[in-house]
Design a protein around this ligand. Structure first.
Ligand SMILES: Nc1ncnc2c1ncn2[C@@H]1O[C@H](COP(=O)(O)OP(=O)(O)OP(=O)(O)O)[C@@H](O)[C@H]1O
Length: 286
């Protein structure tokens, strides 16, 4: 069968890297209520948001404001009381109902949990823990896997010598970076990070934040970055969402939110940080 041509053949430039397709994670009227009766607690009030592969969304708010609950809902680790999470228009509840759908979702969206201790199996070496998602979700094993793991560890300033250790044999900050490494080897299109730099000292924190920001920009990875720390969140995000008591009180371009906060709660968060040593400078906001 002959192919119709217009007479002009467009040959792709082999030198030009192909842009990966855009992936969009969307929340529609997403709601999470815990408990009943007098112990009923609305952890996430109905909210809409979108993260795509060119977004860095910072989610900030004080302890208990619902940030972790929201991030767990977005990655399918918790079930909403109402509303939906969709990836490229498909409900993730539908994807999660089959092993192959779940694998596809996990290969696209990776989550780095706040509690890194319980997210690692204490009986498995760190090599085993990092190599498993690489094998299961991307089919990479053996020497190729080892080379990729070492590459990611270098990015995160982690000694490959740690690979033979168990999670309990490294520090909390090193474990946080191993949790990040375990997600990055999957080469996700969307990365959700919950308090991933909280256990790091200030110098390593800056380096890891820079690395995450650069990695996501270079590889067109959408980022969801949850933290109660406003300076780190403002530094890394292009869009900022401020939560209070499960409600989104402000949501907009980070620069606008920082320079011209509309909600008194955001202003109080900013004032608290401006009074402290970790002052946010508007020109340091991406
Ligand atoms: N499984 C649960 N059962 C009942 N209540 C819960 C559950 N998980 C979270 N909550 C409540 O929902 C609210 C939001 O919790 P969440 O962990 O999302 O807050 P957060 O903003 O991430 O806090 P932090 O910064 O301290 O991690 C809190 O009041 C918490 O007590």
């Amino acid at each position: 069968m002959s192919t119709p041509t217009s007479g002009v053949e467009i040959v792709p430039d082999p030198q030009e890297p192909r842009k990966p397709p855009v992936v969009t994670l969307q929340a529609e009227k997403l709601t999470r209520v815990f408990g009943r009766g007098p112990s009923r607690h609305v952890a996430v009030q109905p909210l809409d948001l979108q993260i795509d592969t060119s977004t860095a969304l910072g989610i900030v708010g004080e302890s208990g404001s619902g940030k972790s609950t929201l991030s767990r809902l977005l990655v399918g680790l918790d079930t909403p009381t109402a509303g939906e999470v969709l990836i490229d228009g498909t409900r993730i509840s539908q994807l999660m109902s089959t092993p192959s759908g779940m694998r596809r979702f996990r290969a696209t969206v990776q989550y780095v949990a706040q509690d890194t201790f319980s997210s690692f199996d204490p009986r498995r070496t760190l090599r085993d823990s990092v190599a498993t998602p690489l094998r299961v979700l991307r089919g990479v094993k053996g020497e190729e896997a080892e080379a990729e793991i070492r590459e990611v560890l270098t990015l995160l300033q982690l000694d490959p010598g740690f690979l033979d250790r168990y999670p309990g044999q490294i520090s909390g900050g090193q474990r946080q970076r191993f949790a990040l490494a375990r997600s990055l080897v999957v080469r996700p299109r969307i990365l959700m990070c919950d308090e991933v730099v909280s256990a790091l000292d200030v110098s390593v924190q800056g380096a890891v934040l820079n690395m995450i920001r650069e990695y996501c920009e270079t590889h067109s990875v959408g980022l969801g970055f949850v933290s109660h720390g406003l300076p780190a969140t403002a530094f890394i995000s292009s869009t900022l969402l401020v939560m209070k008591y499960g409600e989104v009180v402000e949501h907009g371009p980070t620069k606008d939110v920082i320079e011209n906060p509309q909600h008194p709660y955001t202003r109080s968060l900013l004032d608290a940080y401006r009074r402290g040593p970790a002052e946010i400078k508007a020109d340091s906001v991406a």
